[in-house]
Design a protein around this ligand. Structure first.
Ligand code: AMP
Ligand code: MG
Length: 398
């Protein structure tokens, strides 16, 4: 059976980065920039007042108090075309252009205006309370480099240099299909022998958390016709996630229907616990994951295989899940055989992480999953993890 790392490598080999697309700024957070962003303008674009106050020449207020003649009031967005001369000033608003002849601004709090005259009570030095043209960004300055993951704090910068759209690596269209005659949607009355669809909402939530709008295809019965129809629809997307129907039961029909739909199997089954029956295939540029139906298997395979695949498509680096190392509090006995991912509590004390496995009834135990912070990882051949020894884990954000 395929080892974990081999499966991860096969996925990487079969998944390509998507092409760059034009995207509006407010939708670009988390995407990878596909161009170097250079500013065509200086920031600020003109000398502007940083305060509400009076624009004047610092040399006129070397001795205070001093009374100056106020020529006008300059509003933001409007320019005053006369020059401020010795003994004169202009009232000015924050963001308004500094008039010719003035080199600084005295805050309104340090002044007293009487009709056309203003008494200045405080000295200023040259350029005080003035944002000088180009002091933040020079013309043609590169402000962000290709390959950057766009963060919320980049948005005001990109907008400030006048861009409403940017080029970024595209996002995949991802379809979610749940299968099983026993599966009914949450919100409906539970009837005999049925079980609520945990995976549909879970996979959609995971995708949304990864900034991807899912295409939900609903629940298909374990009937060839139903499955084929839904799968064909899903194959119109870049990625199709199918939960259930990939194991060894009489009604696990997904691999056969995928074959009928010309999906080429890359692998089926990985030496991991849970998640062993995982299927991965490809048709043209579309990739398909067939995920074993239990919710913990869905969650785990998303974290360790599906998210890395989607991240690679979206141009994110490095590839693969992030493993960290912690210290296990109590000894853990492990039935050797497959690489085992166990829901665990993980806490940081000082520089170390401490890992405590959660008692779980297996891959259907959604309560254990919800109580966990991550998965402790035990290698296939390890029988005992001794108390206080090192252990690998992966963690997700709560
Ligand atoms: P399967 O992979 O279809 O053999 O399903 C394995 C187990 O997971 C069975 O007990 C199913 O009832 C359960 N299961 C399958 N799909 C879901 C789902 N969408 N939500 C919750 N449990 C599921
Ligand atoms: Mg099933």
């Amino acid at each position: 059976m395929l080892l974990f790392q081999e499966a991860l490598n096969l996925i990487s080999r079969n998944v390509k980065q998507l092409a760059a697309v034009k995207v509006s700024l407010q939708k670009s957070v988390g995407m990878i920039l596909a161009e170097n962003l250079c500013s065509r303008i200086a920031m600020p674009p003109f000398n502007k007042s940083a305060m509400d106050g009076y624009a004047l020449c610092a040399c006129d207020v070397e001795k205070v108090p001093v009374t100056l003649r106020c020529l006008t009031s300059i509003e933001a967005g409007i320019s005053f075309n006369k020059t401020i001369r010795a003994g004169e000033c202009a009232k000015i608003m924050t963001g308004a252009p500094i008039p010719k002849g003035a080199d600084s601004v005295v805050m309104v709090e340090y002044t007293q205006q009487i009709k056309d005259s203003v008494c200045i009570l405080k000295k200023v030095i040259k350029k005080e309370n003035v944002c000088v043209k180009g002091e933040d960004i020079k013309i043609n300055q590169k402000v962000l480099s290709e390959g950057r993951k766009i963060s919320v704090s980049d948005i005001s910068l990109i907008a400030a240099i006048g861009r409403s759209h940017i080029k970024a690596i595209g996002k995949p269209r991802v379809a979610v299909l749940n299968t099983g005659g026993e599966i009914i949607p949450p919100g409906k009355k539970l009837v005999k022998n049925k079980i609520y669809n945990s995976n549909g909402l879970q996979l959609q939530a995971l995708l949304l958390a990864d900034n991807i709008e899912p295409v939900f295809l609903g629940i298909a019965k374990d009937k060839p016709k139903d499955l084929e129809q839904a799968i064909r629809k899903g194959l119109e997307c870049d990625v199709l996630l199918i939960s259930g129907g990939v194991s060894m039961g009489d009604y696990d029909l997904v691999p056969a229907i995928l074959k009928k739909c010309n999906v080429r199997k890359i692998f089926h089954k990985v030496k991991i616990k849970p998640g062993k029956p995982l299927f991965f295939g490809k048709r043209k540029n579309a990739i398909v994951f067939g995920i074993p139906g239990n919710p913990v298997s869905n969650f785990l395979t998303y974290q360790v295989f599906i998210r890395p695949a989607l991240s690679k498509m979206m141009g994110k680096k490095p590839y693969g899940p992030k493993f960290s190392e912690g210290i296990i509090e109590k000894a853990f006995h492990h039935k050797a055989g497959r690489k085992h991912f166990i829901p665990a509590k993980i806490s940081k004390k000082g520089v170390n992480y401490y890992v405590t496995p959660i008692e779980s009834h297996g891959s259907a135990d959604v309560l254990a999953l919800s109580r966990a912070d991550g998965f402790m990882v035990v290698e296939a051949d390890r029988r005992v993890v001794k108390a206080k020894s090192k252990v690998k884990f992966i963690i997700w954000e709560k």
